[in-house]
Write a protein that binds this ligand. Structure first.
Ligand SMILES: [Zn+2]
Length: 501
């Protein structure tokens, strides 16, 4: 038995400046770069990614894996179409050489966009399908933030998305995909798929599965999955920072040889999501209000989530609005993780640890995340840093900060890094000797993923109302290609059917 495996992951924020080049997929920073052939097995075996799950199941059953390519670029702006075509060609060439294979397992994101293609995963699945033919099962794992299109659902045998946000079930979903592949190849099941798209977009904070309407929705997903005849259900919250026709919520129900059951179940879930649409609206807290709360708090850490500048959703991670307020308020013990600013890092390295310095910090990528701050303080540490995630998300993945520095202004420790990455794991602070439990206030460039590492220690969490291209206030964006009407941007006329196959 030979199964091809591959991965191509990018969450494309079409509101970000600039195009994402091929080099972004090769970059070894928060991600392992562009892996080929056996490197994929060596790097991802035991790592909490879906491919880690594919490998674990295959090796348990003694299945031969044919690794093709695997890459995940940091979320960023629209991908250069040539970059995608080059990656696609590398993947398909290796697949062609590997033929015949019995099945294909893919790890995709589901929200990748190029300057010529709104539905990259739909295109890739179609290409893979045309190479292997209609009878070879092709199963793709997807992110919970996938913008799933009808083409993706049609071309794949089935799609299996994460059930969690923070994403802590990569391995389980990868194992689920690989186990399903095994069951299909044994002839034990015959998957049929029903797809429903909902005219609804949800800001990331309300997609969190730990609480609120999304927790309720996944409770229903799991109940429906226990029905006889249902194989698996994917509910994708979608990625609203993509100005494409198909952005938003979708469901995919996979049943065993029972199309009517798949359709009925997809309708039930889609109707439920639509009925809860008002509960998915996001409310945010002004920075000053959150800081005032922290100043009155007896103990910390009070967590401030600067989700609008979340690098995990393509934002620059050098926004200064939260930082400026923290410095101004002179909070007695605060840390900001991280400001991605290679220039400020270089300057801190010139000055050296233990010295006073005036640095121009942040606000260098664009004008939408606050302007640069000229700050005087102490360079407490400089160096190059790498850590391994120890929390529940992407456990075991190595993250390189590149060159970094800790710059202390008033009582605010600012972690400056050359690389841009989301500090969802506490190791981002601890590797620098900063214990978040001992700080009154922790400011994080993260919308929801930080909850994986920090939620249990938090005295209080605030989701900040800051400007940026990952702000969940969706009325701030100008959409040109998105289908309309869509909730919450538009009034939905009674005559409009908000759910379609
Ligand atoms: Zn995601």
């Amino acid at each position: 038995m030979r199964i091809a495996i591959a991965g191509l992951l990018h969450e494309t924020n079409t509101f970000a400046d600039g195009l994402t080049p091929y080099a972004a997929f090769e970059l070894k920073g928060a991600n392992p770069g562009l892996l080929k052939d056996r490197e994929i097995l060596q790097t991802l075996r035991g790592v909490s990614m879906c491919t880690g799950g594919h490998i674990a199941v295959a090796e348990k059953f003694g299945v031969e894996l044919v690794p093709l390519i695997w890459t995940m670029a940091q979320p960023s702006g629209t991908v250069r179409h040539e970059a995608y075509i080059r990656l696609r060609t590398e993947l398909l060439d290796k697949l062609r050489q590997a033929l015949p294979v019995h099945g294909v397992l893919l790890e995709l994101h589901g929200a990748m966009v190029t300057d010529q293609c709104e539905d990259v995963e739909g295109d890739l699945l179609q290409q893979v399908r045309s190479l292997v033919g209609p009878r070879v099962p092709v199963i793709a794992n997807l992110d919970l933030h996938a913008n799933i299109t009808s083409r993706m659902a049609r071309e794949a045998t089935t799609l299996i998305g994460y059930d969690t946000y923070p994403h802590v079930d990569f391995i389980e979903r990868g194992e689920e995909a690989a186990n399903l592949m095994a069951a299909i190849l044994k002839g034990a099941v015959k998957p049929v798929v029903a797809y429903r798209q909902i005219d609804l977009m949800i800001g990331p904070p309300r997609q969190c599965t730990l609480q609120g309407p999304m927790a309720d929705a996944f409770k229903l997903v799991h109940e429906l999955e226990r029905q006889a005849g249902i194989i698996t259900i994917t509910l994708a919250g979608g990625f609203p920072f993509a100005d494409i026709r198909d952005a938003g919520v979708a469901v995919v129900v996979t049943a065993n040889a029972d199309e009517a059951l798949a359709r009925r179940t997809a309708d039930e879930l889609a109707d439920y999501i639509w009925s809860r649409r008002q509960d998915f609206r996001v409310s945010l807290t002004p920075v000053r209000e959150a800081i005032d709360y922290a100043l009155r708090a007896k103990h910390g850490p009070v967590l401030l989530a600067d989700g609008s500048d979340n690098p995990g959703g393509g934002a620059p991670c050098d926004g200064t609005v939260m930082l400026a307020e923290l410095v101004r308020a002179n909070v007695p013990s605060a840390v900001v993780a991280i400001i991605a600013d290679p220039e400020a890092v270089a300057r801190a390295h010139q000055v050296g640890a233990g010295h006073q310095a005036t640095l121009v910090v942040g606000g260098k990528t664009d004008a939408r995340h606050g302007s640069s701050l000229t700050l005087t303080g102490e360079v407490r540490w400089v160096g190059e840093k790498e850590y391994v995630n120890k929390g529940p998300m992407m456990t075991g993945m190595r993250v390189s900060m590149g060159r970094a520095a800790v710059f202390v202004v008033n009582n605010v420790e600012i972690i400056l890094a050359e690389n841009r990455f989301q500090p969802f794991d506490c190791e981002a602070l601890r590797c620098l000797g900063i214990e978040p439990r001992e700080r009154l206030l922790v400011g994080l460039k993260s919308a929801v993923h930080f909850r994986a590492g920090y939620q249990t220690m938090a005295a209080k969490i605030f989701e900040l109302d800051t400007p940026g291209i990952h702000s969940p206030n969706l009325s701030l964006y100008t959409y040109r290609r998105l289908r309309r009407p869509i909730y919450p941007l538009d009034e939905i006329p009674a005559s409009h059917c908000p759910i379609r196959a």
